[in-house]
Design a protein around this ligand. Structure first.
Ligand code: GLN
Ligand code: ZN
Length: 765
């Protein structure tokens, strides 16, 4: 019989109980015991939910108090020396110190988990790093579930992925060289799990969906040989996800494991090759339900794949599951009672996705008739999604079809635009500006809450926001900034603010997804054709401009960032959705310009994170992502200055695409790398203006004028003075007012001092 399985479940809890429990513990308001209890309750509820949904292989050890990569580091005793660990068991305080830092010991670095919006903690390796078993979580959680009558399938992050995801400060050191010392710990965990009754163990090797060096691949066979020999009575399921195994498929299907899981949502084409190559002794686990999205599965399409596999392998060699862990998915659609029945019929959250898995297994084990209801409901949802006027807007589709090449181009080349803009704005050398937001104070949050719960009228709220804008404008004039912003007091979130005003978006009440630790986000759902009903930012920006004679920068979120931070429809290419959003932003650019806003910033902080995992697919993505930006920006006349902003500092591999954006000014994160990243720009001979962030806004520390001057001098060693803008790293919304004022005063003073020096040098010859 085919087996239903799940690879991982969200941890945070339907009411975000884990978040509450963690934050209470960190604030010293509860004991470790209370935290453990809250966490155990979440696990218990989730195991039961999965069992009730009809899942046979239910994961354990997928739960984590903070992050599963950190759990793995703790499990193998990979604790950097700065945490002063005693080398025995990794206890809660050491664990949280690694996650969040302790006095004098900065935390592990955090970075994105593949191409998701989840962040993991980066393990640190050194040439002499040794490993020993240092936590018992895997065994404890297995036993905990067993006591509830549920025999789970424990999940381990595979040794190859663990080493590959970590980093080393030692130059030239390859973490993979530590594999020999790591495997015995894995073997010990596997045999301990076997001893308490585990029948299956899931080993995740998601790095197999990325480009790997040959040396790493070469390690696979012997590593898995050793793992498989650890406990002869345990079956290993090697799970891969987030993409195709591509050229690694033959190697993986020769490994001595009992099953291999394939992501057939991202990479359906690999099924045929896998069916050819899979050896007699091996099961295939088919990831046919999308774990990365919130759409109801087209069960017919999924079933066709499962049936194809069954017809080749027989039911006994087939497992069916989500494409990847459901960590990236909200928990339960049944909570979204505010959505109407039609909208809900198109969606599936974690619980519903598991019910879909169970239905598919029922259909192959007992015949389609046995799953007739589920299939019929899926068919009906597909049909209504294909036809619904709420999704399909002929005007939007026609407009997209009629886009011409000229619409991606500004009227003139950058040098001509530069001249015209110089004349129009007459800005000094090293112009100063900020990235958009000013501190989001408690007052601002209160005002927003008052509007939401109806204690304030929209007029009251608007009046309040106008006051905030007026104060921020006055402040910027006092400080002496050159290009001003309105401060974004009306925005809760840079994507939500636009999504709420655009057609084609919907918002959930409880659709939380873990971002890192106790932090969650609630991404909007783009369900239909996107268009703009009416101007979204013009009244705020024009009001702000009316208060000053300095240029006021209009502030927009770019199409790729809106796309990247939402759940995106799966019934058309992402590119088409991006272009629809781009056209809506384009209209906003045109309206701002018409209203007299001469500088417009289109933020694209998520451009880089949309990069596909495999190099071979990046060019295609970058082409349409750049085009989407250009489509939005090119409504600007030559005199209108287009800015963009990105808050990261790795440009080496995408610098050409950054150039292609053709923005007149780009502001980037640079303070943390101390301007080193400007190398990429100077090597590329980046022709337009750049504002490398001169101080890190993530910290409340106020940079001194001298520090900023030193950074600017460094920047000038890479760039021409005519290219250089002076601004912070990112928006100031998470900062308080006192440090914001002090930092910006120093920033302006630094720009002025350097400006004088430069012009004295020039006039002096
Ligand atoms: N304009 C936004 C702000 O200043 C940009 C935020 C971001 O880059 N993430 O807050
Ligand atoms: Zn930023």
């Amino acid at each position: 019989m085919a087996i239903s399985c799940n690879l991982g479940f969200p941890r945070i809890g339907i009411r975000r109980q884990l978040k509450t429990a963690l934050e209470r513990y960190w604030a010293g308001q509860s004991s470790a015991e209370e935290l453990f209890q809250a966490a155990a309750e979440v696990r218990r509820a989730h195991w039961r939910l999965q069992r009730d949904a009809g899942i046979e292989h239910i994961p354990s050890n997928d739960f984590s108090l903070y992050d599963h990569v950190l759990d793995t580091a703790a499990m193998v005793g990979c604790v950097p020396s700065r945490f002063g660990w005693n080398g025995k068991q990794v206890e809660l305080d050491t664990y949280f110190a690694m996650a969040r830092g302790a006095s004098g010991a900065p935390p592990l670095e955090m970075t994105k988990w593949f191409d998701t919006n989840y962040h993991y903690l980066v393990p640190e390796f050194e040439p002499g790093t040794t490993f020993r078993l240092s936590t018992s979580q895997a065994v404890e959680h297995f036993v905990e579930a067993l006591k509830l009558g549920i025999t789970t399938r424990p999940v381990l992050l595979g040794p190859i992925s663990f080493l590959h995801l970590g980093k080393s400060k030692a130059a030239g050191f390859r973490p993979m060289s530590l594999l020999g010392g790591l495997l015995p710990v894995y073997r010990q965990v596997i045999s301990e799990l076997a001893a308490v009754g585990a029948k299956w163990i899931q080993i995740d090797e998601p790095v197999l969906a990325t480009d790997l060096p040959k040396e790493t691949l070469d390690e696979l066979p012997s590593a898995y040989q050793q793992l498989a020999a650890a406990a002869p009575n345990v079956q290993l399921c090697l799970t891969t996800y987030f993409g195709s195994l591509g050229e690694y498929l033959p190697v993986v299907l020769r490994l001595p494991v009992a099953a291999v899981h394939l992501d057939l949502v991202r990479a359906p084409a690999q099924l045929d090759a896998a069916l050819e190559l899979v050896p007699q002794r091996m099961m295939l686990s088919l990831g046919v339900v999308d774990g990365r999205n919130i759409w109801r599965t087209d069960l017919q399409r999924a079933l066709a794949m499962v049936e194809k596999a069954v017809s080749r392998l027989g039911t006994d060699r087939v497992m069916v599951g989500p494409s990847c862990s459901l960590l990236h998915c909200p928990i339960d659609l049944d909570e979204e009672t505010q959505l109407d029945a039609e909208l809900r019929s198109w969606l599936a959250f974690a619980k519903q996705k598991l019910q879909e898995v169970a239905a598919l297994v029922l259909a192959v084990n007992r015949g389609r008739q046995a799953a007739a209801d589920a299939l019929a409901a899926s068919d009906a949802a597909q049909a209504s999604r294909a036809r619904s006027q709420r999704i399909h807007n002929p005007e939007v589709k026609q407009r997209l079809a009629a886009v011409t090449p000229a619409m991606f181009r500004r009227p003139s080349q950058d040098d001509i635009r530069r001249q015209k803009q110089r004349k129009k704005f007459n800005l000094p050398l090293l112009p100063t500006t900020t990235i958009g937001s000013f501190p989001q104070t408690a007052d601002i949050r209160k005002a927003r809450a008052a509007l939401k719960n109806g204690t304030w009228t929209p007029q009251q709220y608007e009046e309040f926001c106008r006051q905030q804008i007026a104060e921020v404008v006055r402040f910027q004039e006092e400080v002496g900034l050159d290009v001003l912003v309105h401060g974004e007091p009306e925005r809760n979130d840079m994507v939500e603010y636009f999504g709420e005003q655009l057609e084609g978006f919907l918002f959930t009440r409880n659709g939380w997804v873990q971002s890192y630790g106790s932090r969650c986000v609630k991404p909007p759902i783009i369900f239909g054709d996107v268009c703009r009903r009416k101007p979204m930012t013009v009244s705020w920006s024009s009001y702000a401009q009316s208060l000053t004679s300095k240029p006021m920068k209009g502030m927009l979120t770019g199409p790729i960032t809106i796309l990247q931070w939402s759940f995106v429809r799966d019934d058309q290419p992402r590119r088409d959705t991006a272009f629809q959003i781009a056209l809506a932003i384009r209209d906003e650019v045109a309206d701002l310009q018409r209203a007299g806003i001469g500088v417009i910033q289109i933020d694209e902080p998520a451009l880089r994170e949309g990069l596909p995992l495999r190099q071979a697919q990046r060019g295609d993505y970058l082409r349409w992502a750049v085009d989407a930006f250009r489509l939005a920006a090119a409504a600007a006349d030559d005199e209108t200055q287009i800015h963009t902003h990105m808050c990261y500092g790795e440009f080496g591999d995408i610098i050409e695409a950054i150039g292609e954006l053709d923005a007149d000014v780009i502001s980037i994160e640079a303070a943390r790398s101390d301007m080193e990243l400007l190398n990429a720009f100077s090597r590329f001979r980046y022709p337009r203006d750049i504002g490398p962030g001169v101080y890190d806004i993530h910290s409340p520390l106020v940079p001194s004028t001298e520090e900023i001057i030193a950074r600017l001098r460094k920047a000038l060693s890479h760039l021409k003075a005519e290219q250089l803008w002076v601004n912070p790293d990112c928006g100031l919304k998470t900062r308080g007012w006192p440090e914001t004022r002090a930092a910006l005063e120093n920033m302006v003073a630094a720009a002025k001092a350097l400006r004088e020096e430069l012009s004295a040098r020039r006039s002096g010859g």
